[in-house]
Ligand binder design. Structure first.
Ligand code: PMP
Length: 428
């Protein structure tokens, strides 16, 4: 028995499913998860001493690679001043200014401790601001696990086969309407059928929780127009794609301005951080400036702010994003060629340094239903073959993968050598 297997068995006794977040348990791919001991750059090492090229990056935050010396040193220095004060600090102001500078649609921002808190709070604010109750989300988009958002959600909620979780009262979910991503008509119909009742549309502008599906041309702009017409607050959930596809995030890439934005992951540089922000006129409704309540004991925590601010500052280095984009683009091309060589039905999606792998005969994946219909069995085989060869992909066919600044020629070649073996196994 490996040490990972032993730890997994022991953890099953004390932690539900042995993990503190479901997808980590490999429930989407089967087998025992590897337990990680340490990570550095593009690699991490498990408790049995095996090293992997990591394409998960802690599910998105580690865009600079693991254990970046500047982030580590900043955190150690900050920790020597105390871990938490529960009172205002200057670094919260510096962080707020930095976020507003990088994403100009954010005029004011509130820090929280997770993406879930960010989306939950942004929705409460949108409801309080508009004095309307209903929300529209998209099937396959995941926005964390707040009750009203666990309706046809992506990510771990998909692999568990429980899109609507037990424990969410029907009365809580009844205000959540679900549309189809990349289908404006489905949104328009809901807005018409619920005239003057919809407070907000929340969307992942680049969904990464039903694998990676880029927005079709005009889709995000169409949402903006519909929101203007129906006085609906448009929330871009950029917890995953924020700072991932460029310093100005997806809204800059597609040139569409939301009313509110939610952030997380990269924003915390690996520490537990989320944030929501947007138009001052809306944000001013938030307590203590306004009546919509929201709070957090550890919100704006100085260590988390230090890690995040250092991570954001590193993004501003000249030419930071281009090598990540190049790596991702080339990796997708080469993987496609290998799949073709082994005659494995396969296609990919990518935006910037976010990517998705699909085992399917279809050439273009633009809708959630196509992801559901793709060959999960082939994905599982590929995943395990890659893991065996020392390449760590997201353990689910419904999750995006990520390239970091630490991925290089060496990781590239290792990945292709492994993929050649893995596609051959899938082809058998
Ligand atoms: N929104 C999106 C788009 C996400 O990808 C996630 C997490 N994967 C969340 C919200 C929830 O964030 P957290 O896990 O930090 O609560």
């Amino acid at each position: 028995m490996t040490k990972s297997e032993s730890l997994f068995n022991q953890a099953s006794e004390f932690i539900p499913g042995a993990v503190n977040s479901p997808v980590r348990a490999f429930n989407g791919v089967g087998g025992t998860p590897v337990f990680i001991e340490k990570a550095d750059g593009a690699y991490f090492t498990d408790v049995d001493g095996k090293t992997y090229v990591d394409y998960v990056g802690s599910w998105g935050p580690m865009i600079h690679g693991h254990n970046h010396p500047k982030i580590r040193e900043a955190v150690i220095a900050a920790a020597s001043n105390g871990l938490s004060f529960g009172a205002p600090t200057e670094i919260e102001l510096i962080m707020a200014k930095k976020v507003c500078q990088l994403i100009p649609s954010i005029e004011q921002v509130r820090m929280v401790s997770s993406g879930t808190e960010a989306t939950m709070s942004a929705i409460r604010l949108a409801r309080g601001y508009t004095q309307k109750d209903k929300i529209i989300k998209f099937e396959g988009c995941y926005h964390g696990h707040a009750d009203c958002l666990l309706v046809k959600a992506g990510s771990g909620a998909l692999t568990l086969g429980e899109p609507t979780s037990p424990g969410v009262p029907a009365d809580f979910a009844k205000h959540t309407l679900t549309a189809e991503f990349n289908n404006l008509q489905s949104v328009e119909q809901l807005l018409q059928a619920n005239a003057n009742e919809v407070a907000t549309i929340i969307v992942e502008p680049i969904p990464g929780n039903m694998n990676c599906i880029p927005p079709s041309p005009g889709f995000l702009q169409g949402l903006r127009t519909l929101c203007n017409e129906h006085q609906v607050v448009l929330i871009f959930d950029e917890v995953m794609c924020g700072f991932r596809v460029g310093p100005g995030s997806a809204q800059q890439l597609y040139n569409v301005t939301p009313d509110l934005t939610t952030l997380g992951k990269i924003l915390g540089g690996g520490m537990p951080v989320g944030a929501f922000g947007g138009k001052k006129a809306i944000m001013q409704h938030l307590a203590p400036a306004g009546p919509v309540y929201q709070a957090g004991t550890l919100s704006g925590n100085p260590i988390a702010m230090t890690a995040g601010l250092t991570a954001l500052t590193l993004l501003e280095a000249e030419n930071f994003y281009a090598p990540l984009y190049d790596y991702c683009e080339k990796l997708m091309q080469e993987l496609q060629q290998l799949a073709d060589k082994h005659q494995v039905p396969f296609t990919t999606n990518h935006v910037g340094s976010m990517f998705g792998l699909f085992f399917t005969k279809e050439k273009q994946i633009t809708h959630f239903s196509q992801v559901v219909e793709s060959n999960q069995q082939a994905f599982k085989q590929f995943f395990h073959a890659m893991l065996n060869e020392g390449i760590y992909l997201a353990p689910s066919a419904f999750e995006a993968g990520f390239i970091s600044a630490a991925h290089d020629d060496e990781t590239f070649e290792k990945t292709l050598a492994a993929a050649d073996i893995a596609f051959a196994k899938v082809a058998k």
